[in-house]
Design a protein around this ligand. Structure first.
Ligand SMILES: Nc1ncnc2c1ncn2[C@@H]1O[C@H](COP(=O)(O)OP(=O)(O)OP(=O)(O)O)[C@@H](O)[C@H]1O
Ligand SMILES: [Mg+2]
Length: 112
């Protein structure tokens, strides 16, 4: 199992959700987050001056998926979330060592 953590533009959430629902993925967690990337949140330019907007609001989408589903989930998110402009976001993939469905006690892939 792997956790796919995608930090995306809030306005892309709907289209990302639709793209993921097509894959019939069962569970997902959404969080409103604030952060910055390599531009350090500096987005506004006015008369040649830059204004620091230190932390920009993004949405974090987390899905724990079976190893064989990672590539497709990541590809779908990229396709749905990309504008080509700075600030499109980032995807991190990390290993998950165990999962449990509390109601049934099912474990690992069966718990997803
Ligand atoms: N290295 C990182 N670690 C943790 N979170 C990050 C990291 N890089 C980006 N993020 C998160 O992702 C959000 C979007 O980042 P962003 O897309 O601006 O990345 P970037 O590296 O600046 O790429 P780009 O040049 O395309 O803007 C940030 O606001 C922050 O919440
Ligand atoms: Mg950036």
């Amino acid at each position: 199992m792997q956790k796919v953590e995608a930090i995306i533009r809030p306005e892309k959430l709907q289209v990302v959700k639709m793209a993921l629902e097509e894959l019939n993925h069962a569970g997902m967690t959404l969080t409103e987050v604030r952060g910055h990337g390599i531009q350090r949140g500096i987005t506004e330019q006015w008369r040649g001056r830059s204004f620091a907007v230190e932390y920009l609001t993004k949405v974090k989408v987390e899905l724990v998926v079976a190893d064989g589903d990672v590539a497709e989930v990541v590809d779908r998110i990229i396709e749905a979330a990309r504008t080509g402009e700075v600030g499109d976001g980032k995807i991190f993939v990390t290993p998950v060592t165990s999962a449990v469905r509390i109601r049934t006690g099912e474990r690992d892939d069966a718990a997803l």
